[in-house]
Each structure stands twice: as C-alpha cells, then as structure tokens.
Design a protein around this ligand. Sequence first.
Ligand code: ADP
Ligand code: ZN
Ligand code: ZN
Length: 733
Amino acid sequence: MKEKILRVAVPSPLYRRFDYLAPEGGPEIARLRPGIRVRVPFGRSQQIGVVLEIRDDSPVPPESLRSVLEILDTQPLLPPDLLKLADWAQRYYHHPPGEVFSTLLPVLLRQGRAIRRKEELLWRVTAAGHTALTETKIQRAPRQRVLLEYLAVHSAGVPATQTRRELPDATRTVRALRDKGWVEAIASQSEIVERSVSPPLLNRYQNEAVKNIGQALDEFAVFLLDGVTGSGKTEVYLRTVETVLARGCQALLLVPEIGLTPQLLMRFTERLTKPLAVLHSNLTDWERLDAWTSAQNGSASVIIGTRSAIFAPLQKPGVIIIDEEHDLSFKQQDGFRYHARDLAVVRARQWNIPVVLGSATPALESLQNVRSGRYRYLSLPERVGDAVEPAIEVLDVRRQRMEEGLSAPLLARMRAHLAQDGQVLLFLNRRGFAPTLICHECGWLAQCRRCDARLTVHLRRQRLICHHCGAEQPVEVACPSCGSVDLRALGQGTERLERVLKREFPTVGIARIDRDSTRRKGSLQNLLNEIHEGKRRILIGTQMLAKGHHFPAVTLVGIVDADQGLFGADFRASERMAQLIVQVAGRAGRAQRPGTVVIQTHHPQHPLLRVLVTEGYSAFATAALNERREAWLPPFTWQALLRAEALQADVPHRFLRETMDLGSQFMHGVELFGPVPAPMERRAGRYRAQLLIQAAQRRHLHEFLGRWVGQLGTLKTARKVRWSLDVDPQDLL
Ligand code: ADP
Ligand code: ZN
Ligand code: ZN
C-alpha cells in the first residue's frame, strides 16, 4: 500500500505547510483526520502541528520526507469549521499558517496536552459528613474541617476546579474526606434551572430589534445595533440569546477587554438558565482549557469572552454578538493581527447564522457597510425609562486662565454641580503626573533613552517612566544638561489633576481611576463602591472610565483636553476622539437628573467637533465618512502596512526598498507609499520604518499580498530586520 502523506501546519514564521509521512501501520492511521494534532520533527527539534490534509502525494520526493513521530488525538481537536476559518484567516491576513493554527488552540493543547473529556465533577457533603461536622473528631484535621465547612454551605455542590482554586491542597484533602464517606462526587448539572431575575417589558425599539434578529436565526445576516448608552442593547442581546438557547443552540458573545465586568457576567448568569463559560486573558491555562472544552462539547451554552474567544469551538452555534463593536481591543496588535469583529462576520457566514454588532458609536467601517447594504441597521434611539441624554457644550479655553489644565469656567461649573449634590467626572486620557519633565533653565526634556518619546513623571512613585517601553528611572533632582535644579513637570496627567482638585475641593472625596490606581486586585471595585455610595464625588479617569461602568449620580462630565484627538497623527484620531467623548458622556445623566458634558478645547470651530456637538455622533460619522472618501482613505480604500525594525537606523529602510523592488514586478491596482519612518521612529532601542500598501479594490490588495508576502523572507536584508504585515491596520503607529 502506498504511504500516506500528511500536510501539517507547524508553528513557525514560514509561509508554508509541511509534508510528513504518516507513521507506519497501526490502527491510528485509519482514524487520521484533518484537525488532529501530531508531534513532528522540525529542524533539530520537535513541534506540535495540526493535520490539514491527508494526501497520496507530495511535491517533496519521498526519500526527503520525514515521518510523524506521534499522533496525539483520536478525534479532531479542531472541528472542520475552525479549520476553514483558520484557512480563511491565514489567507486574508497573509500570516504564516502554522502560527495561525496555533493561535486557535489553548496553550496546553499547543504544548501537546490531552484534552480533558471528563465531565466536571462537583463535590457535595454527605449526610455522614454533616454529622461529622457537628462532632469533635474532625477538629484534629484542620484542613479537612475547613474544606468540609466550605462545601457544607454550598448544598448543590462545588465544582472540583473551584475547590482547587479556593483552598490550598484541596485535591488531597478532598480524597481523604471521600475515603471517610463524608463527601461524594456528583456529575455537574448541565441544566441550571433557577432564574433569579425576570426580564423587563421591551420598548418598541427593542421589540423591533429582537423581532428582526429572531427572524434571521436560520440565515447569515449582519445586524448593526446602533443604540445610545442605556438604550437597552444588553437587553436585546439577552432576549436573542434566550431564543437561541431555547432552540438548543449556543451563543457567542464578545466584549472589549475592559468590558468584561462582574456586572455584565452577573446580568447574564441571573437571567439565563443555561451554563456559561468565560474566556479572557486572565485565566490560568487550565481554566482556559476547561472553558474551551465546555464550548466544544456543548456543556456551556453561552460563551462570553474577549477578542480571542472568536476562535472558540462551538458545538451548535446559533448567534454571535459583539458588544461595543467599535472597540480597538478587538484588533490584535501584534503577531497574528486579526480583527475579531471581522472574523465574527466570516464565521457567521460559514455557520449560516446571524451576527449582531452593537455600539453607541459604531465604527465608520460598520456604518459604511450599512450604507452599502451589506449590514442591516437596527436602532435604539432613546434611553430606557425617563433618563435623558446629556447636553454637550464646547468650552473655548483660548486666553482663559488655566489652573493646571482646568479653566476657570469649568471649575465654576464643578462647584455648582457639587453644591447641588451632583457628582463630577473628569476625563483625561493620560495617566501619571505629567507627560514630561522640563528644565526651566535650559529647556532640557526628560527623554527615554530607548524610544523617541518623553518620560512620564509619576510623582507618587517618584519615577520617570516610559509608557512605550516600560523603562524607569528615578526623578532627576538636577538637570543632567546644565545642572539647574529648576526642573518642572510639563503638562497634565491624572495624578496631577487629582492633586489640583484636592486643593480646590478639599472637602470632597476624589476617585482617580487609571491603570496605576487600580493595579491592586479589588482596588477598582473599592473605588466604584465608594463612588456609588457617594463617598467620592469627583471622578478622574482615563479611558478605563469610558466603558462598562455606569455612574448614575454624575451630572457633569468634563473632557479636559479634546485637542489631542483632533490633531492626532493617525487619520482615525478624530473618530476615536468622537467615540470617547460620546462614550464618556454616556456615563452621565442616567437617572432622572439630566447631565451636562463640557469639552475643553483650543479649537472650538473644528468642523468635526462642531458637528459632533450640535448634531450628534451619526452626523459626525457622515461628515467623517465624506472626508475619508475625498481623501481616498478606508473604508473607501483597502490598506495593509508592512512594518520593519532593526538596531541600525538605515536597515529597515533598505529592507522596505527591497520589498518595493520585488513588488514592482506584479503591481496591479495597488499603490505603495513609503518607506517612511514610523511616527515614533525609535522604540525600545530599535529603529522602525513602514510601507503602506493601498488599493481601491480589496481583491487587488489581496492578489498583490498573496504573491508578494511569501517571498519577503528571501530578500537580502530580511534576516537583519524584524518585519510584520498588518492587514486593515487600525493605527499607523
Ligand atoms: P445598554 O446596553 O444599551 O447600555 P442596557 O441594556 O444595559 O443598555 O439597559 C440600561 C438599563 O435599563 C439597565 O439597567 C436595564 O436593566 C434597563 N432596561 C433595559 N431595557 C429595559 C426595558 N425594556 N424596560 C425597563 N428597563 C430596561
Ligand atoms: Zn537644564
Ligand atoms: Zn521607552
């Protein structure tokens, strides 16, 4: 019999798949299918790869082929639909197939571990165990007593994984208890019947949305659910998920990194009667594998996760929902640079199910897809209940007296709102004390040694920190250039704002919410509690404040500095700024008291800002899309960005020029712009340059990339640079 050839995706930066000989004989051969993992020799080491095809031939002569060392699975670990998705993604993002396939797998499976097929067990205290607890004989074994008491309060049983998490050495202790007959293992209940909260009556817009999605459950359709904050989008998701579950299918919900809050999970667990699995980046490898497995075998009916959950294997998919679809965290920014929202649309099409993209500030791309008829538009134009939307006004700060970034009129407004028992939220998207340190004598600026960036002053920690490479040093006491001790912090950060406000409002509690103040576990929750209790009435924060949390008592929102966003280096800067302003504004005025939003700017006449303020986000989007069309920018053109970096300044440029020479042979319908230095040319000690590839038609872009990218590794300078390709780049930095 002729030997079988296995075509395998092996994790490697090479743009190819690898052929191997199937191991000889054995019953395993008959079971070989695409999606099964194999251990293969690779160079001088071994790798875990995924079988893509079983073939009779190979372009490689048989004597040069090596044999697979081991077949790791008896059944495909990756179902056909995931193989298909990976295949699509690898062609669309022009990324090495082996790396794409390994991204799909939880780390432990990537390392060759076996999947755990066993049902999750629950531990429960037996009658004898309850009796033992009341007697004294267990007193001599403190571990056993603690565990028994812990289990005893959960009469329905506690999952084994949870006991392991909560108590040290639980596995051994639980075994001892079982041997005594005090605890027993029961199989997990896959049907949870309790539902603690009943759903509200939908308003007419919600009804319309739920009905439209409900009618499309058997087909591929993309819905853009455009609804202001508090308009009841989550309620629409919940109803849709309920319908899908009632049909015996699963639902996949993606949320931004910052949006996966306990509140959101609570809302879903309270309302749904089926088990839920959570997939995000803070899980341990085992937790992730468990969640992955429960999605795959169908024991979890709802899978909620961040970006990478788009690769969850579903047994019976019914709907995909993307909350805050405009959020940047859905785009992977290094390695395999996929966009989870775009992949969601691809997956839904492969599965023939609907996908719902929800946002109060839809991405311009998505709005354009509505206009061109590809997406269906659903709108929730009003807030639920009697809460009204806040009024937005522009505060011209030119020639105003500024108190460390706060204008006198804004301070006066704050006083008025605080006097009427309101809360005030100030938004400033820069953590730390000040963006940099300057010498008042000679103008020296604290510069990162490894980046073209200034060091941020962190006063509380007494450090200068680079926000780009993480480098840290003590705050200088004297100017390294002229020796003067007159060093001053330049510009505003959240720490500095906090200090000013303490001085201006000494009796009011202040909460600063940014990555520095919430580093310790539980500290964010503490701050939020104190805000809700009214102990802290001035809130200062970065974009951490703009998402997921609601502050019903806030009546005034101040955007401290809108100018950053209006003139950012990236053509998407104004879109981002508009989204942030609207999202932050949405935190206020939820209750009966209407809110006010005040935007400080030196450019009150900026056309896009004017449209946003006077006519709202949708009018802004129209204006911004018109600008994009005229400027020949996405979503009216298609882009890819080739980035290169190296230790010597000229090498990335040389490499990029070589790639242009190579590409010139088959350029058709594409334009190349560059090479240019990256907006921050030096980062972490490496020089960076980039080349923009743009096409009016998507097809032309991909035809070009398909022929070009695979050959880049063969160029003369390729070994001297690190390069990467970003298809549909979300920022050009
Ligand atoms: P969004 O996701 O658009 O911000 P939510 O779904 O969170 O909006 O709704 C905002 C608040 O209004 C929540 O407290 C929610 O429970 C409540 N809510 C939503 N829909 C209704 C409704 N039809 N009737 C009453 N309350 C509702
Ligand atoms: Zn100096
Ligand atoms: Zn740096």
